[in-house]
Design a protein around this ligand. Structure first.
Ligand SMILES: Cc1ncc(COP(=O)(O)O)c(C=O)c1O
Length: 375
């Protein structure tokens, strides 16, 4: 039997530095999903038989684990969605579409991901609200960095709440890396994706304060979210089930419980610490290469953004691919900040190693070969 904590993708000849896009999954998460398909493949809430009860229990178990993972007050505050994008759309079009009025303002950082900008811009067209951007520099590009600032300075949120302002956090790049405590942060809504933290694709989380979720209107209607209906009335299920219309990604949600157990066993503090050392080491080694420009040296996230003098970022990405190194090049998904230049993004996760960084550095030193490649 394989060691469940190992990653099948780590056994391949690939050095993966694109963890901001998605992460590898350990065997135990994959096995947990397989168990569902092999042993108790049924729908939830639908059957009066054992394997369907088992599915309900497992889904409930994941909800409980997510609640504890982010320290929510009750498990009803956890909604299963498809991903962060889905979670943010649910908040914007389920809550804010119905509670904001013309000329109300929404403040966003200009380095937000498209998923936390475009829904608001569409809302501004639909409702006439104003979207105000707070400039952010590349040094502050990491959402994790912003998230950390908020946690150290909860007065910002207190101040927002005193003024009746609600706080929505896109935690897609923080939940995988640092401990999140929604009760301590006192955020109103928080969104993240399982696939960016060793979990399955197609599973996202929307956390919302219970009182707010009770005022949110579903934007999808159908099976699994209604209690009764006829041609003139509709009674919805309670929160959170009213927001989970249709058959969910059951295998994924079930697999996600194993992800949370896995991350808890390692410890989010250890993950944060290890990534910090890896990042420091990567920057120290990159600094020794005179023709490498590092854009975000002082940012604390696990993402390092670089370029090589005279080489297009896309060419560098493709060259690294020939050496089995996976990075992301181009404009990425946060297009409003001052990151107008195309860059190469190296994004780390706790399973990356110093040896992998050494290999990357060695390859980046092949300047002549890279120049030849990019001709
Ligand atoms: C900060 C941030 N927000 C949102 C998203 C969207 O995540 P998903 O594609 O899982 O919906 C990403 C993905 O890269 C992200 O980095």
């Amino acid at each position: 039997m394989e060691d469940g904590n190992k990653f099948p993708m780590k056994e391949k000849n690939i050095i993966y530095f694109d963890n901001a896009a998605t992460t590898f999954k350990p065997y135990r998460v994959i096995n947990k999903m397989n168990d569902y398909y092999l042993e108790y493949n049924a729908n939830s809430h639908r059957g009066d038989y054992d394997i369907s009860f088992k599915v309900d229990d497992e889904i409930d178990y994941t909800r409980d684990l997510v609640k504890m993972f982010i320290n929510a007050k009750r498990k009803e505050e956890i909604i299963f969605t498809k991903n962060t994008t889905d979670s943010l759309n649910m908040v914007v079009f389920g809550y804010f579409l119905n509670h904001l009025k013309k000329d109300d303002e929404v403040i966003l950082s200009s380095s937000e991901h498209a998923s936390n900008i475009l829904p608001w811009l569409i809302l501004s067209v639909k409702k006439g609200i104003k979207v105000v951007f707070v400039d952010s520099t590349l040094e502050k590009l990491s959402i994790r960095d912003i998230e950390e600032k908020i946690s150290n300075n909860t007065k910002v949120i207190e101040l927002a709440h005193k003024k009746g302002i609600l706080v929505v956090v896109d935690a897609a790049q923080s939940a995988p890396h640092i401990k999140i405590d929604v009760t301590d942060l006192d955020v109103d809504f928080l969104a993240f994706s399982a696939h960016k933290m060793c979990g399955p694709t197609g599973v996202g989380i929307l956390y919302g304060k219970y009182s707010l979720l009770n005022k949110m209107i579903p934007f999808e209607f159908g099976g699994g979210m209604n209690l009764t209906y006829n041609d003139s009335s509709l009674k919805l299920l309670d929160v959170p089930y009213r927001f989970e219309a249709g058959t969910s990604n059951l295998a994924g949600i079930i697999g996600f419980s194993e992800t949370i157990n896995f991350l808890n066993e390692i410890g989010m503090d250890n993950i944060e610490k290890h990534e910090k050392y890896l990042r420091k080491y990567l920057i120290k080694e990159l600094e020794k290469i005179p023709y490498i420009k590092i854009y975000n040296k002082n940012c604390e996230g696990s993402i390092v953004i670089i370029n090589m003098d005279g080489i297009l970022s896309g060419d560098l990405g493709l060259y690294l691919n020939t050496k089995n190194i996976c990075v992301r090049s181009g404009k990425h998904c946060a297009k409003m900040g001052d990151n107008k230049e195309d860059t190469v993004r190296i994004s780390l996760y706790f399973y990356n190693t110093y040896e992998e960084i050494d290999y990357l550095i060695k390859v980046l030193k092949n300047k002549k070969e890279i120049e030849e490649f990019s001709k």
